[in-house]
Design a binder for this molecule. Structure first.
Ligand code: SF4
Length: 459
């Protein structure tokens, strides 16, 4: 049906080049843009922007490792475990003979770095008769995984689904792929947000760990999982340091650091690569704070993105906002509230991982007894801490969960003086709404709502 290789195979070829990239000047980045074309060029320009002081390249290497390990694991006979973004990868890092591959991260890599973005894989999924109201965040990568029946893509050995109870679209597409490719799927269901729900979730999670150990053919080693969790604790500390730095105005933490943070969390948490990534982010932000650097004349809006961001054009959205004085403080995906844990045994480590999974974005809010209120409370708590003066919701045609409670969120936010802009479009599919339209809507909102409110408040 198609001769185009899958996302992982194509990304692997690309990252071998990225891993060799060393120092570069802005002129070289411009030259690179001309060679690689617009789709990858926009991302390269954004990631390698001078304000990031090398953090973008560092991030590309982290993601490159994630993909390379999956490809090399296949060659070495290790198991590749496809996990959703709302599943802690540190559990898989505790195995010697298994590696994680995160669905939504692979979709995002496809959208941001490959020519044609995620469109060929989305179209492939649609050509199999999958309805177009599934979530592009996972369907792009899963569309690509479906191509493994034609040997055009790396096939996972097993799928973990962490979405039942919090997102039907996500759960169903993972289930379909497992059926279609005839590979096992392990699911963890969330039934609500009370104590008894947690007890059930915990039991299901521990059962899943046992099944996974049987599948991989290895019992997780106590020393190894403790080491992984000690490194996760270090990541947590650095995450909160970066969060503190975001409280300054103008914000010394560049917009794209939010994306770097959760891209790392969803792939390498508990690994040395994640620690060095976070050290780099904190270091760059501290230096920018000392030098008082901010790319625009002044910071006119401190925006809280209440769910996802847009990944269809990193330069014309994230960098463009910052150049126009609009800070992207954080978003829903970045609000995973990491905690530090005292770990002395394997049991302690598993309890800590279960607690992290329970508090993951989407699981925590969309799997709550009252989605709208939990979502509002969590995000406005973060918004108040970071002194946000506006919020932006990235509309997403398939995200029925957030769409259905958006009104509650907006009305509550308005009551506490945070205006909310609702955008349309799709975070991973530029065919729904082009980035130029998003820019217009954001500028209009900032100029006509946010700055007018600020002026009124000053008067
Ligand atoms: S909650 Fe929305 S964005 Fe998240 S996986 Fe489900 S449909 Fe996609």
């Amino acid at each position: 049906m198609t001769s185009l290789p899958g996302l992982v195979k194509r990304s692997y070829d690309l990252i071998k080049t990225i891993e060799r990239l060393e120092n570069y000047t802005p002129m070289e980045v411009e030259g690179l843009y001309r060679i690689v074309g617009k789709d990858l060029g926009q991302s390269a320009k954004a990631l390698l922007d001078e304000r990031h002081d090398g953090a973008g390249l560092h991030f590309m290497r982290v993601i490159a490792r994630h993909i390379a390990e999956a490809v090399e694991a296949k060659e070495d006979g290790k198991k590749v475990i496809l996990i959703p973004f709302n599943f802690p990868p540190e559990l898989i890092h505790a195995f010697e003979n298994a590696v994680p591959l995160t669905t939504e991260v692979i979709s995002t890599i496809g959208v941001t770095t490959l020519e044609g973005q995620g469109e060929p894989y989305w179209d492939y999924a649609m050509s199999l008769g999958i309805p177009d109201y599934v979530c592009s965040a996972n369907t792009i990568e899963l569309g690509s995984a479906l191509m493994s029946v034609e040997t055009l893509e790396l096939a996972p050995d097993i799928i973990i689904s962490g979405a039942p109870g919090s997102c039907d679209a996500n759960s169903k597409i993972h289930e379909f792929v497992a059926e279609y490719l005839d590979i096992p799927e392990l699911t963890i269901d969330k039934t609500g947000s009370g104590k008894r729900d947690y007890e059930l979730y915990r039991k299901l999670f521990l059962n899943m760990v046992k099944e996974l150990e049987e599948f991989v053919g290895e019992d997780i080693d106590e020393d190894k999982i403790i080491e992984v969790m000690e490194r996760a604790n270090e990541c947590t500390e650095l995450y909160w340091e970066l969060h503190e730095l975001k409280k300054h105005s103008p914000c010394p933490v560049p917009n794209m650091f939010t994306l770097f943070t959760y891209g790392t969390r969803f792939t390498m948490w508990g690994r040395d690569e994640a620690i060095s990534m976070f050290e780099k982010l904190v270091d760059v932000a501290e230096k920018r704070l000392k030098r008082g650097e901010y790319p625009a004349e002044k910071e006119i809006a401190r925006s809280l993105w209440v769910y996802t961001g847009y990944y269809i054009d990193l330069y014309d959205l994230w960098i463009w906002m910052e150049n126009n004085g609009i800070t992207y403080l954080t978003d829903g995906l970045n609000s995973f509230f990491p905690a530090q844990f005292e770990i002395e045994t394997k049991e302690d480590a598993l309890e800590a991982i279960i607690s992290s999974a329970w508090n993951y974005p989407m699981t925590r809010q969309m799997g709550a007894d009252n989605m709208g209120i939990r979502w509002f409370e969590d995000l406005t708590h973060v918004g108040k801490e970071l002194n946000a003066n506006c919020a932006i919701y990235c509309g997403h045609h398939s995200c029925k969960q957030t769409q259905s409670v958006f009104r509650i969120f907006r009305d509550e936010a308005n009551k506490i003086g945070i205006p909310v802009l609702r955008l349309d479009g799709d975070a991973w599919n530029r065919r729904i709404t082009p980035v130029s339209v998003l820019q217009e809507m954001i500028l209009d909102f900032v100029q006509n709502v946010v700055t007018k409110r600020r002026r009124r408040r000053r008067r």
